[in-house]
Write a protein that binds this ligand. Structure first.
Ligand SMILES: NC(=O)c1ccc[n+]([C@@H]2O[C@H](COP(=O)([O-])OP(=O)(O)OC[C@H]3O[C@@H](n4cnc5c(N)ncnc54)[C@H](OP(=O)(O)O)[C@@H]3O)[C@@H](O)[C@H]2O)c1
Length: 252
């Protein structure tokens, strides 16, 4: 297919499975040369063999390593997709490391990657940052305080990035998925298949391909048009409601 965008290269983080792997497939089909990043060498290489992407085994929280890698590439599109839910539950039940990891992977690293990628994009007056947020950043999902705070930070950063980049011709998009059928909850649910399966059993979820198609939609808008924010949720999922203390807990 003739590449319908002005972008030649993309760097996609979290490319070894789930949404990132689907994004690699779709960007490859678009004719964009994809640099795919993740820590799991075997699955990353398998995705790259299938999609034609170039594998880079790296941890996005290692800023120096990412600076070295990205310094050697001219990146037109940065897809900050890697993310993790390391622990689930009220914050006092999480470990200190759970909280640090969720802030590092879901917020600190994507901001560092924006910084690194934007230097070249602004100089070339061409580029597109796509940050994958989450509905957890906007609505209440119990037990996700650290993850939600990180994702809300992505939304805040995206708004300011668009403001700071106005006039640079660099586009910025946040795609905010609701529940997507991937393995993201697996670690927090101690790899318990029945608990993971239960998340997707009683409702139709979004599929990784749906999010990848949203990325393609944002990238293929004509020059001068941004999709700044896109929420992609299952038809069967709607947020809302309140939780009140029981009568016995109320003081008056
Ligand atoms: N699934 C959902 O319901 C859902 C909903 C809303 C938003 N999202 C967001 O969508 C994005 C993709 O999630 P997913 O559902 O596809 O999850 P997933 O299947 O668990 O995949 C996560 C990806 O991130 C990579 N990753 C995690 N930590 C990394 C690190 N330190 N360095 C490099 N790569 C790292 C993983 O690769 P390695 O382990 O190989 O490094 C993997 O490729 C995330 O930002 C997530 O927050 C997902």
């Amino acid at each position: 297919m003739t590449n319908p965008t002005s972008y030649k290269t993309a760097l996609v983080t979290g490319a070894s499975r789930g949404i990132g792997a689907a994004i690699c497939r779709h960007l490859g089909q678009l004719g964009i040369q994809v640099h795919a990043v993740a820590r799991s060498a075997d699955s990353l290489k398998a995705i790259c063999a299938e999609t034609g992407a170039t594998p880079h085994v790296a941890d996005i929280t290692d800023t120096a390593a990412m600076e070295k890698l990205m310094g050697e590439l001219d990146i037109d599109v940065l897809v900050n997709n890697a993310g993790a839910i390391v622990g689930l539950g009220p914050i006092e039940t999480l470990s200190a490391s759970d909280i640090d990891q969720m802030l590092d992977i879901n917020l600190r690293a994507p901001l560092q990657l924006c910084r690194i990628a934007l230097a070249g994009m602004v100089k070339r007056q061409r580029g597109h940052i796509i940050n994958i947020g989450s509905t957890a950043g906007n609505y209440i999902f119990p037990g996700t305080s650290a993850y939600a705070a990180a994702k809300a930070g992505i939304t805040a950063a995206n708004r300011v990035l668009r403001y700071d980049l106005a006039g640079s011709n660099v586009r910025v998009t946040e795609i905010s998925p609701g529940r997507v059928e991937t393995g993201i909850y697996r670690q927090a649910l101690n790899n318990d298949d029945s608990k993971v399966d239960a998340l997707y059993k009683d409702m139709r979820s979004v599929h990784p391909d749906d999010i990848a198609r949203s990325v393609v939609t944002a990238l293929t808008m004509r020059d001068g048009v941004d999709i700044s924010f896109m929420e992609v949720v299952p038809t069967d999922q709607a947020p809302g409601g309140h939780r009140y203390p029981s009568q016995t807990q109320q003081t008056s």
